[in-house]
Design a protein. Structure first.
Length: 106
């Protein structure tokens, strides 16, 4: 939770022992539109997906680290890449076998 003066008043999140504060403009946009959904990077290597909604005494900011999501994406990319290489290798072997069989025919 963030008060009207944009200072965290309650948080379960910590970054270097302090509550991360949303980037400039996030709270204003939430006040104007009723909510603000975004991803932000408080420091290199740390990304947060968050939703900010205003209430009478300030704002509620709910967020989640994207570290696990990004790790899963990386794992999927690796699996797809290995699958592509395996398919390429099998195709090359099958092509070589077919060419050898065709070349031996009279």
């Amino acid at each position: 939770m963030v008060d009207r003066s944009d200072q965290p008043v309650a948080s379960s999140a910590e970054l270097h022992g302090r509550s991360p504060v949303p980037p400039a403009g996030v709270l204003d946009a939430a006040r104007r539109t009723g909510e603000n959904i975004l991803t932000w990077q408080p420091e290199a290597g740390v990304r947060i997906a968050s939703v900010t909604v205003p209430y009478r005494d300030g704002y509620v900011v709910a967020g989640r680290s994207l570290r696990l999501v990004e790790q899963r994406e990386s794992d999927v990319e690796l699996i797809v890449g290995l699958g592509w290489l395996a398919t390429l290798a099998v195709s090359a072997v099958v092509s070589a076998v077919v060419l050898t069989v065709v070349a031996r025919r009279p």
